[in-house]
Design a binder for this molecule. Structure first.
Ligand code: MN
Length: 328
């Protein structure tokens, strides 16, 4: 896929947008989630040409997978900095445990939102008595530079707003949509929502003009008239005024958007920083704390049985800060 216009300017004439950006289809890469019997996830962000949508900098989906009689998701304790993790399920359960002492099961329709800030560690696993099917998304939100060192904190939301329309329903995870606002804490103007579209229906959602948006398809859909297959993401750009989603059968999608994130970031392993040295320091502090539980440092300790994940080796070349789109 070639992106011919990396950063199209919005042209306004008398308040009417005359040039809409060309939508971009972002295909997922298959990535093992880690562990000896690694689950495969499909990663649409970061993508080769487009790394971010608003502050959304990472988008994985997994399943639906039949994990009956299996361990399911087993992600041992690992660190994060400079980002928020969004855990969202369509089916099943995941147990989150973190170094602040939180232990929280997340189920469909509930949001686990972890703000890593200057540093936190957590594990995510299917509980022993999990249901057969596991299906969900794991998303990251980059924190703006001046707030990337905030104190880590964890939120669990069970009463997210749901808007029911004749075409289906919209659940707002973060930000505002259709006049409803999520209580989840965001650090930049942002929106994230699950869309459920009735069989044969076309849902039209008015969106913020100064946000860019993308739709992650969890079923085969048409987005703004373009075919988007299950697991693909369609970046629809900025300034369209609305997003239209059409489902031949029962439809499901995630709508992600936000004000374009203009800072360049260094994203490596589970860290988001601004420089190579900042990320290298986080890695060495994690490795030190992992080996010396008496001095866990800023990432703390996750109480549980699982051994913490070792960080990979740093690359031999300096990590470079990158922008939200690839410059050609
Ligand atoms: Mn994590």
């Amino acid at each position: 896929m070639s992106n011919v216009e990396n950063d199209p300017d919005e042209l306004r004439c008398g308040g009417v947008i005359t040039a809409a950006p060309e939508p971009e289809l972002l295909r997922p890469r298959e990535v093992p989630l880690g562990g000896p019997r690694a689950m495969l996830v499909g990663r649409t962000l970061p993508n080769r040409d487009r790394r971010m949508v608003g502050a959304w900098c990472f988008a994985d989906f997994y399943g639906p997978a039949d994990i009956s009689g299996q361990a399911g998701m087993q992600v041992p304790p690992h660190p994060h900095t400079g980002l928020q993790t969004v855990s969202w399920l369509f089916d099943g359960q995941v147990l989150h445990r973190d170094s602040l002492g939180n232990s929280q099961l997340v189920e469909p329709g509930q949001l686990n939102l972890m703000t890593a800030g200057r540093g936190i560690s957590h594990s995510e696993e299917s509980p022993a008595d999990h249901s057969a099917i596991l299906h969900g998304v794991q998303l990251w939100v980059a924190l703006p530079a001046q707030e990337r060192g905030v104190d880590p904190h964890f939120e669990h939301h069970v009463d997210l707003p749901v808007i029911t329309t004749p075409e289906g329903s919209v659940m707002v995870l973060i930000g505002s949509l259709l006049g409803a606002t999520s209580p989840a804490k965001a650090y930049t103007p942002l929106v994230g929502a699950e869309l459920t579209i009735n069989s044969g229906a076309t849902m039209r959602i008015p969106v913020e003009q100064d946000f860019e948006h993308a739709v992650l398809a969890l079923s085969d859909l048409a987005v703004d008239g373009r075919e988007v297959r299950t697991g693909d993401m369609l970046y629809v750009g900025q300034g369209g005024g609305d997003v239209t989603i059409e489902a031949a059968g029962p439809g499901r999608a995630m709508l992600l958007g936000g004000v374009p994130f203009e800072e360049e970031i260094v994203m490596w392993w589970n860290f988001v920083g601004r420089t190579h040295d900042e990320v290298a320091r986080a890695r060495s502090e994690w490795e030190h704390g992992r080996g010396t539980p008496d001095e866990p440092g800023r990432f703390g300790v996750v109480h549980g049985d699982a051994a913490a994940l070792a960080a990979p080796e740093m690359p031999h070349v300096a990590l470079r800060a990158r922008g939200r789109v690839r410059r050609t």
